[in-house]
Design a binder for this molecule. Structure first.
Ligand SMILES: *Cc1c(COP(=O)(O)O)cnc(C)c1O
Length: 289
């Protein structure tokens, strides 16, 4: 499988111009930042490997992308979760449904702490060094685009919301532009630790939040932002990371001095398959939105 260079489009949100790197459109089955992070495993011969083992949440985007990878590479896939709601088991949807269809073997319980020789363990959310390989390709696409557009290095500000921070960190590693992010899964301290674990310096800048959010919880402003984005840009963004990401990024841009001197690029990291179950929950909780 070969990726095409994902396109970069121009949008307006609340009268401000942004460019969007459409990594959500990389490929119909394998897209977003998980596809970038796992590209190494797709492209390289995994000598002697018969099974991939990972763990995380039961609706994770990484879980779905790993199921696609294992299907393509004809590998077995064991995925560990701490729990599986009986409602989801009986009414599969979103990432869970598609991963099961791809042959994922879901195991409820503790992740083993040792592995056989033919097993490859990938840590939660794809926070692995191999992610560098695919993210360098993403960085090169951004560099070529900026060159085509004659954008000076100091004029481009790139934003992407973080979970483990792996994508933002490696992008910063390969790019001469400012890379901004915000924490979505843990707090800012957690994100700094994640950065430190991968590299000691040259970290993305973490934009502060005005309010504390808990990952996976429903917030009315997230749903409103999601609907507003869809209405104004005609693009569907992910509800777990992008709604918060856009709230933080828009606020940053609004308060930036000489903002007309800069070009803003937002990386769309995919994940929309996970929206199905989130939208059901939001509609139920906020029926009048
Ligand atoms: C996984 C994911 C992220 C977070 O990526 P990290 O590299 O873990 O920071 C952001 N957005 C979407 C849509 C994702 O699926």
């Amino acid at each position: 499988m070969q990726f095409l260079n994902s396109k970069t489009s121009e949008i307006f949100l609340n009268n401000q111009k942004y460019f969007i790197k459409r990594d959500d459109l990389l490929h119909s089955d394998f897209s977003g930042n998980k596809a970038r992070k796992f590209y190494y495993f797709l492209q390289n011969e995994l000598k002697g490997v018969k099974k991939i083992i990972s763990y995380g949440s039961n609706q994770s985007n990484a879980m779905y992308s790993l199921s696609v990878l294992c299907k393509l590479k004809k590998l077995k896939f064991d995925y560990y979760v701490s729990h599986l709601p009986s409602f989801l088991k009986e009414n599969p949807n979103g990432n869970y449904k598609e991963a099961i269809k791809n042959g994922m073997n879901l195991i409820i319980g503790e992740v083993p702490n040792s592995f056989k020789e033919d097993e490859l363990f990938i840590s939660e959310g794809g926070a692995v060094k191999e992610a560098k390989y695919g993210i360098e390709i993403l960085a090169n696409e951004i560099k070529s685009w900026a060159k085509e557009q004659n954008i000076e290095n100091s004029k481009l500000k790139i934003f992407l919301p973080s979970g483990t921070g792996t994508t933002a960190l490696y992008l910063k590693h390969y790019l001469p532009f400012e890379v901004l992010t915000c924490s979505c899964v843990g707090d800012d301290e957690y994100l700094k630790k994640q950065f430190m674990a991968l590299e000691k310096e040259n970290h993305p800048k973490i934009l502060k939040k005005e309010k504390k959010y808990h990952f996976g919880k429903l917030y009315k402003e997230f749903y409103t932002k999601h609907l507003e984005l869809k209405e104004q840009t005609k693009i569907e963004f992910d509800l777990l990371y992008d709604s918060l990401g856009w709230i933080i990024f828009e606020n940053f841009v609004k308060n930036l001095e000489n903002k007309d001197d800069y070009i803003f690029l937002y990386i769309h990291q995919g994940g929309v398959l996970g929206n199905i179950s989130m939208i059901e929950r939001y509609r139920f909780k906020f029926p009048n939105s």
